[in-house]
Design a protein around this ligand. Sequence first.
Ligand code: BES
Ligand code: ZN
Ligand code: ZN
Length: 491
Amino acid sequence: MKVELTLRKRWSGKFGAALMFEGDKKPLGMEQGSFNRLVLAGAGFDGKYQECTVGVDADKRRVIVAGLGKRGDFELERVRMAGAGVIKKALELRAGELGVFLPGGNEIKGRLVDFVRAVVEGMLLSCYRFTKYRQPKPDEAKPPETVYLVFSTEEESRLVLPIVDETQRRVDAVYFVRNLVNEPAANKAPMKMAELAKGLALPGRIDVRVMDRSTLQEMGMNGILAVGQGSHNPPCLVELVYTPKVKSKGTVVFVGKGVCFDSGGLSLKNAQQMENMKDDMAGAATVLGVFKYLQSVDLPYKVIGLTPLVENMIGGGAQKIGDVIRHYNGKTVEVANTDAEGRLILADALAYGAKFKPVLMINIATLTGACVVALGNECSGVMGRDKESVARLIDLGRVEGEYFWELPLFERYRAHMKSEVADMKNIGKPMNAGTIIGGLFLSEFVPEGVNWIHIDIAGTAFTTESRGYYPAGATGVPLRTMIALLHSRWG
Ligand code: BES
Ligand code: ZN
Ligand code: ZN
């Protein structure tokens, strides 16, 4: 879907759309006269949040109107959701083009730029389809090819132009992540992902290095090696480095879990648990998405991306229960469960990432089923050492419509990982604070003093049913919050 800007007097399409606050006399950006007709056609529609109607305006055009709810309850996420509602109706109407009326003058009091960003985001994000491997379904409607943002004045459209471009680039990065996560595991083995990551390199700005199996052996990245040893497809670690043009204000490190397929290993998952385990590299995909976005933006930070990439498989060479791994930082771990593999590969990558002395190190991982139980599909788990940084991330997420809930790194549970043969084991007690244990395990590999945040996206990275602006499949969460974070003043 293309987004173009135009003026009211120049726009002459057949299908229009507008958003409306509950209780307002007319939809935003529309003439009072048009609205009277809409009321008639709209069958009682009064702008309630998540309601949508179709009416006919004074020029006899069909106009989709999406509700925003009460002005007092306004938040940008509602605009995004209304944008998604507009697209849903446009699909029903089979509109090939759509003109979206933007609020003018004083209608939203100086928030025009945010408003446009959110409505464009909601529309574009909900237009995503993963059609690479299938024919169109018989009755499947195509999303509109072009959406015109219709402004009443030249000045407003000029003001908004850069933000439309910025939004497009953020959405492109989300599409990139979704495509990667939706890709079948057969076509995204670790080295294949690494090749793709190399494609993100930009001379002088982004450098990409791939550490292959033999390099990992030399470096002592034995967690990545151990998890990867059961697969015919060798593991690797990708390092991406973004160098700012201006003097750097510090280094931010992103580490993403890249389990290209998680069978569980010898602690084998059952069929149902395994069904969507191609998504177990969503953390790594998000980190690559950050760099896709960084290709087109100047930021005053050095940004490092680390994606340990493996397949967690069974086979003659697979790691066994009770094996002991010596990780990159020298700590030893007894593998009590091969299905708790994410933490084993992240352990090496985090210990390595800490060497860059980051002002902030964030890891993103589909780490625990327990997080899905605790927080469900619409909220990621977050843990960290610095309360203020965690709170900031949660606040940024709320604006983006990506939700996070903090869980404690509760020290008393650390003892659950005690081992007789190694410094620790890779699981705690069954059915007992699984998500927190995951965080505590990772913290063992991040030296004290490093501002480190762990995000568990096991529930949020993938949705089996479409909802809001997420079509079924990969969501791209939490990429937009990571981008927002890079734009917020850090350190
Ligand atoms: N990749 C899974 C976690 C997961 C579960 C992601 C459901 C998305 C949806 C992870 O590697 C795993 O299997 N974790 C185990 C840990 C346990 C053995 C301590 C789990 O959650 O069962
Ligand atoms: Zn697992
Ligand atoms: Zn996993």
